[in-house]
Ligand binder design. Structure first.
Ligand SMILES: Nc1nc2c(ncn2[C@@H]2O[C@H](COP(=O)(O)OP(=O)(O)OP(=O)(O)O)[C@@H](O)[C@H]2O)c(=O)[nH]1
Ligand SMILES: [Mg+2]
Length: 195
């Protein structure tokens, strides 16, 4: 649920990066952090295990300019992708205004991607959020690896909603700001529609 602070003239939106373990969610956020000017971002907070896998979430607040004099603040979160962290994933989705789904393009991760979309659908529903209507964008990540699925095939299986999608190499930044811009656009459109 976006939070509008009238006295501070700020609109706060929560964007959640979702996807299977090791698909590249944290790498997306780290890239955004690196490439955003200090004036437009807060501290990036990562709660990681020793192996740098997300234990609970990563968090990065950024500003995206103003609308009608209101500053737009995006609070970006990643979830931990490993199957057994479902309780954390569910908690982090609470009050989400938009979701970026990161899919791992490797053939061997296709099953995990499909499971993750199903898990997203279920966890959104538990917060009375609808997978079919929440602002949504997809990044097909790891396009630099050899054994990957063709984009059209991934899209046929993972993009039931037919939302905008982007090829990504999060490690080098390809597709990272494209996906962020798209979810920003979709969230703001949704906000305007509701007010
Ligand atoms: N080759 C390649 N490696 C990538 C890419 N994006 C991320 N990686 C690597 O994949 C590994 C996992 O990336 P993370 O960003 O930590 O994945 P995550 O989705 O946050 O994983 P969890 O927190 O465990 O859910 C790291 O070693 C990254 O460097 C990419 O586009 N190409
Ligand atoms: Mg992570």
């Amino acid at each position: 649920m976006s939070f509008i602070n009238y006295s501070a003239k700020e609109i706060n939106c929560k964007i959640v990066y979702y996807g299977a373990g090791l698909c590249g969610k944290t790498t997306n956020l780290s890239y955004i952090y690196k490439r955003t000017s200090p004036d437009n971002k807060g501290k990036m907070i990562s709660l990681a295990t020793e192996t740098e896998r997300t234990l609970f979430f990563d968090f990065l607040p950024i500003s995206l300019g103003t609308i009608n004099g209101f500053r737009i603040r995006f609070h970006l979160y990643t979830v931990p992708g490993q199957v057994f962290y479902d309780a954390s994933r569910k908690l982090i989705l609470r009050g989400a205004d938009g979701v970026v789904f990161i899919a791992d393009s490797q053939v061997e991760r296709m099953e995990a991607n499909i499971e993750s979309v199903e898990n997203l659908r279920k966890n959104l529903a538990e917060h009375h959020l609808d997978y079919n209507t929440i602002p949504y964008a997809i990044q097909y990540n790891k396009r630099d690896i050899d054994d990957i699925m063709p984009i059209e095939e991934m899209n046929a299986v993972l993009n039931e909603r037919k939302v905008p999608y982007f090829e990504g190499i999060a490690a080098t930044g390809k597709g990272v700001f494209e996906a962020l811009r798209e979810i920003g656009r979709a969230v703001i459109l949704d906000l305007k529609r509701k007010t």
